[in-house]
Write a new protein. Structure first.
Length: 294
């Protein structure tokens, strides 16, 4: 069957035309076409919604598509597909009935989930985690996302935003955007590496001077600490590390693994789907998840 998956962020909207052989067979999902267009978030809610619609209709085959699914930034109620909270990254989205609005505009059922959840389900079910049970995924970007998928069940209770990014690693440590001090994401995120190491991550990972090497060895230790805490609290069968930092994994991953493996036995892997995890995960969730009202 033909499906369309969409991934809405503050800067771009990615969409994919995805052929699915058997919804339960993780090897039967094939991306036929993939596009990215600007969100134009500054133009406000209606413009963003119009762009989401355009990202779907541009394939020109909505009539042949059996299902459409959207993963979007913001907190989205699992059952209703309503955005219960969104930051200024998507102005006016707080309170928007996203799945209902899109369903009406497109004339077919649309399921909406959170974008981090979409990426977690994509990697957990179809990507790096496909041979494992419960999966913890860290996303290193502006902040540190940490979401957990329990026993591969796709319902509101089994998909957990752990908020481990705001786990206190150091009493009275660095300032965090959340207002507290010493949070994990003030140490383990692309933002932190740029701020305390080098604005250019490629240069940081290749650097040989003592100061930047220290930033990296501290990063390995801190990421290991967060991973250990996640194992203690959630007992994942696999930890997946994703986000922009993983695009440069060849320069740092092996060094990190030395630190990690001397402290933790839980398998760990890099995310494998890149910027396609969200579109794939949203479609997989729609076809296999338990949604009460969407
Ligand atoms: Zn914090």
């Amino acid at each position: 069957m033909l499906t369309i998956g969409v991934d809405v962020g503050g800067t771009s909207i990615k969409s994919a035309l995805i052929e699915v052989g058997n919804p339960k067979n993780v090897d039967s999902y094939e991306i036929l076409k993939f596009f990215s267009l600007p969100t134009e978030a500054l133009k406000g809610r209606d413009a963003i919604v119009d762009n989401i619609v355009r990202s779907i209709t541009q394939f020109g085959c909505l009539d042949e598509c059996e299902a459409v699914s959207v993963a979007s930034a913001g907190t989205i109620d699992w059952d209703s597909g309503k955005v219960t909270f969104a930051t200024q990254a998507l102005p006016g989205f707080t309170g928007l009935e996203l799945s209902k609005t899109l369903s009406e505009k497109l004339g077919r059922r649309v399921v909406a989930i959170n974008d981090a959840v979409g990426a977690l389900i994509g990697e957990g079910m179809l990507g790096a985690g496909k041979k494992y049970g419960s999966v913890m995924m860290f996303t290193l970007g502006t902040g540190l996302g940490a979401s957990f998928l329990k026993d591969k069940k796709l319902d509101a209770q089994s998909v957990v935003d752990t908020r481990l990014g705001h786990l206190c690693l150091y009493e009275n440590g660095r300032d965090c955007l959340c207002g507290k001090k010493g949070c994990a994401e003030a140490y383990v995120s692309a933002t932190a590496l740029k701020k305390y190491g080098n604005e250019n991550l490629y240069h940081l990972f290749k650097a040989t001077d003592a100061v930047q090497r220290k930033v990296m060895t501290d990063f390995y230790k801190n990421l290991t600490k967060v991973a250990l805490k996640s194992v203690e609290l959630y007992k994942p069968d696999l930890i997946i590390v994703g986000g922009g930092v993983i695009e440069l994994a060849e320069y740092w991953w092996q060094s990190f693994l030395k630190e990690y493996k001397s402290n933790c036995n839980t398998p760990i892997a890099c995310a494998s789907l890149g910027n396609k995890a969200g579109v794939l995960g949203s479609v997989y969730a729609m076809l296999n998840g338990t949604f009460n009202q969407q």
